[in-house]
Design a protein around this ligand. Structure first.
Ligand SMILES: Nc1nc2c(ncn2[C@@H]2O[C@H](COP(=O)(O)OP(=O)(O)O)[C@@H](O)[C@H]2O)c(=O)[nH]1
Ligand SMILES: [Mg+2]
Length: 787
């Protein structure tokens, strides 16, 4: 099965949890099948979450459930995300949507001779890593927006992010069967949020069932907005108006029926058509087309659709489309009813969405960083592919979802694997050579073997040994390196410990495996506190990691309170004497030293000064005293945390010609510094972080107040230009502000979660160590358990 780059569409579905992405993805497969497209299964699967069928056995029509059971064998709940994203597929009632999606799911369908790869992303912020991978693998994004809940802050942010890289976008408005849903109002909300390039390509016609609350006109669109805000509708809409063609499309119990002749559009529908055509023609730069439009002549829908594609591909026009997929009992192929707008959406993918060949390729180098010729989506070009997702199957082993950017990937080929730049997250740079095994494509509930995957395609490779998410695959004869996309940094620390001794031995291998699959998980052993800390994206992510460790690797970890690496220092100057005098019988010990401790400014570390005069402490024993002092400071003075920021002056002492020794002076030094510290008083220091919080202007006040309640200090505020709005020709006033602050780490342990609620999901932050500051006494008692 070969597909040229222009016969593929890679579309990522994005949007809030519950917007309807997964429902839509599953439904579209049935629609494609019912339209007679070459899809012979009626549901799809997660990438790597079905089992490769034996080569050549492209399991056809067969009961989707039967295949599902097969796909679920051994796989159910066994791979990351399976339980939530694909595992349900094997259950009796397609329970996939019953659980929260946690992983990127790839499903492929064919429509009008084009392979459409749908990348379904989780909406929950903990799994933003999966979303990032989906954006990387796709050539266009479909924003799925729920007409009832509207547009949330993170959806706006994501839009801006797509805008920044020129990602083509379209919008599907779902849930239009809800009595309070108002398509026109949602279109306006989208225009307000995303700019004037947002233009409907289909409108909803009220209904063709008489409804006293919502009078329908026979053949025209709502012209007066009467059905707009506030007018509750009891009967779901049944009819669309295609603004390019001017044709009506009915969705009735008998299925979809497109009227043959265009209707004359009036009022709001005519205005919407005008706006769309003007937007398309303006982008086309086609003078002749513009002249025809101005003269009021007929325009060829084919030309318009071509130009629409150009405008969408440029990332300057965003088609909007109404959708309705009422939930209900699953239907078999014979009585399947396509949801309103779904066939139009499939058409939009094929006509208006860009092919991979139009997608500019990320910048490439050779593995050593030296420049190389740019690559294109050319099946006969040099091989450049990237691993966008990794899962592990207990029977098959590692499975890698791969986007081929250039060249053609073939089974059993040798490839060069390059992975760079993620050493900080525990993934050392590597250059390897590997042979790839089978290639497959997820169609239906199983993976189907394919002979090749050409530039622009997405496929699944099994049994790569070293390759991890983000790695580049290329030709060993002339290797390439594609810098991985920016992976989100996990900022929620979760301290854990093994429940049983026996688990400890399995733990590091298990964490290594999970780390290879999940770029958003960072595992650290804190040398200061001795704790094992899993840095996660959020609580749900952390819980999922624990669940996988338990279910897949048989390791049970429990969460324990996070310990912070505190420090001690002295409150004031004081003197101390260390005496070690043991001279009763045999070889004695004799060492006396007098020292003074003095506090130093934060960040000074430890200074040791020898002020002994007249050889009171013989020269050879001064280093011994220093060693003893430093060892004691490292062990702590009262609470067991290393001491810092103080000076120790050795001022006097006494030695014995026979009984003094290095060890004796070390011991005396330790005793002296303890006595001095007791006299001076010891205070605890806590680590302080420097944070940069990036939020939309409207949340600045809330974020600053919140920082104050965390004993933080705001040290600077920088306002930024409205991100992403540039080039879209619209003032959106959505500026963002960067708040720089210093906040005790103790108050920041849950900030990854708390900032989300303070900023309604729109804030992001970075953190780095800033130093140590005195821990307030009332907290010191709490932290150490010492009064
Ligand atoms: N009534 C109605 N329900 C829908 C529609 N689309 C999705 N849903 C329901 O919305 C819920 C969440 O959908 P899901 O696809 O899991 O959302 P996701 O989180 O975006 O993947 C499910 O219970 C769906 O049945 C729609 O058009 N109409
Ligand atoms: Mg989902």
């Amino acid at each position: 099965m070969t597909t040229a780059a222009h016969d593929v569409r890679n579309v990522v579905l994005v949007g809030h949890t519950g917007a309807g992405k997964t429902t839509l993805r599953q439904h579209l497969f049935q629609v494609a099948a019912s339209l007679g497209s070459h899809v012979d299964v009626t549901a799809d699967t997660a990438a790597g979450e079905g089992r490769p069928s034996s080569p050549g056995s492209n399991r056809a029509t067969g009961s989707n459930r039967a295949t599902g059971a097969n796909g679920a064998t051994g796989a159910n709940g066994a791979w990351p995300g399976v339980g939530a994203a694909g595992g349900g597929a094997g259950t009796a009632s397609g329970g996939e949507t019953a659980q929260r999606s946690v992983s990127l799911v790839l499903g492929s369908l064919r429509h009008r001779g084009v392979t459409v790869n749908l990348l379904d992303t989780p909406g929950y912020p903990d799994f933003v890593g999966e979303l990032r991978a989906g954006l990387r693998a796709a050539d266009a994004a479909l924003f799925v927006i729920n007409a009832i809940e509207g547009i949330d802050g993170s959806t706006r942010m994501l839009w801006d992010e797509c805008a920044a890289v020129g990602m083509p976008r379209a919008i599907a408005i779902t849930r239009l069967d809800h009595p309070r849903a108002d398509f026109d109002a949602m279109v306006m909300a989208c225009q307000e949020a995303f700019g004037a390039g947002v233009l409907p390509v289909y409108l909803l016609e009220g209904t063709n069932i008489p409804d006293p609350d919502y009078p329908a006109t026979a053949a025209t669109a709502r012209t007066d907005g009467a059905g707009g805000a506030g007018a509750a509708r009891r009967t779901p809409p049944r009819r669309l108006i295609g603004l390019v063609t001017g044709r009506l499309i009915d969705y009735t119990a008998d299925g979809r029926h497109e009227h043959e002749h265009p209707v004359e559009l009036t009022g709001a529908a005519a205005d919407a058509r005008g706006a769309l055509l003007e937007g398309v023609i303006a982008e086309s730069e086609d003078e002749a087309l513009l002249d025809r439009y101005v003269d009021g002549a007929e325009l060829d829908p084919k030309i318009l659709l071509d130009d629409l594609e150009t405008a969408v591909a440029r990332g300057s026009l965003y088609p909007v489309l109404p959708l309705m997929i009422p939930p209900g009992p699953e239907r078999g192929a014979h009585d399947f009813q396509p949801g309103l707008g779904t066939a139009e959406l499939l058409d939009l993918f094929t006509y208006a969405f860009p092919a991979p060949s139009e997608h500019p390729l990320p910048r490439l180098t050779r593995p050593d960083g030296s420049p190389c010729p740019p690559a294109h989506a050319d099946p006969s070009g040099p091989l450049v592919a990237e691993i966008v997702r990794t899962t592990t199957d207990p029977y098959i082993g590692r499975m890698s979802m791969v986007r081929v950017f250039s060249g053609t990937l073939r089974p059993d080929a040798s490839v060069h694997v390059s992975g760079h730049g993620r050493a900080a997250a525990g993934h050392p740079d590597h250059e390897d050579r590997e042979r790839i095994g089978a290639l497959s494509q997820p169609i239906g509930l199983s993976l189907h073997s394919v002979d090749e995957c050409a530039a622009g395609g997405l496929c699944v490779i099994t049994r790569l040994a070293t390759a991890e998410t983000g790695d580049t695959l290329s030709d060993p004869a002339d290797p390439r390196y594609l810098p991985a996309w920016t992976m989100p940094e996990p900022l929620l620390p979760m301290a854990v410990q093994a429940q049983a001794r026996s688990d400890e031995s399995k733990l590091s291998a298990a964490l290594g495996r999970l780390g290879a699959e999940d770029p958003t998980l960072t595992v650290r052993h804190d040398p200061d506190t001795g704790q094992l800390v899993l840095w996660c994206m959020g609580e749900a992510h952390g819980d999922l990691v624990l669940e996988h460790l338990h279910d897949r690797f048989g390791v049970t970890l429990e969460k324990v309170p996070l310990r912070l690496p505190l420090r001690e220092t002295v409150r004031a100057s004081a003197e101390g004497v260390g005496r070690l005098v043991k001279q009763s019988g045999g070889h004695g010990q004799y060492a006396i030293c007098r020292i003074v401790v003095e506090p130093l400014p934060a960040g000074s570390g430890i200074e040791f000064v020898d002020e002994v005069v007249g050889g009171a402490v013989p020269r050879q024993f001064v280093p011994s005293v220093e060693k003893g002092v430093r060892a004691q400071l490292e062990r702590g003075l009262v609470a067991g945390f290393p001491a810092v920021d103080l000076r120790v002056r050795l001022v006097d002492g006494k030695a014995h010609s026979v009984d003094s020794s290095d060890l004796a002076f070390q011991a005396a030094g330790g005793l002296a510094v303890r006595e001095a510290a007791n006299a001076a008083g010891v205070v605890l220091l806590e680590p302080v972080l420097e944070i940069d919080v990036d939020v939309p202007d409207e949340h600045v006040g809330a974020v600053m107040n919140d920082i104050a309640t965390r004993r933080g200090r705001v040290v600077g505020v920088t306002s930024q230009e409205g991100a992403g709005a540039g080039g879209e020709g619209l003032e959106r006033g959505s500026g963002r502000t960067m708040i720089h602050a210093e906040v005790p780490a103790l108050e920041m342990t849950r900030y990854a979660i708390d900032l989300r609620s303070v900023s309604h999901g729109t804030g992001v932050f970075t953190r780095r160590p800033h130093g140590y500051e005195r821990l307030p006494d009332q907290l010191a008692a709490k932290v150490t358990g010492l009064a």
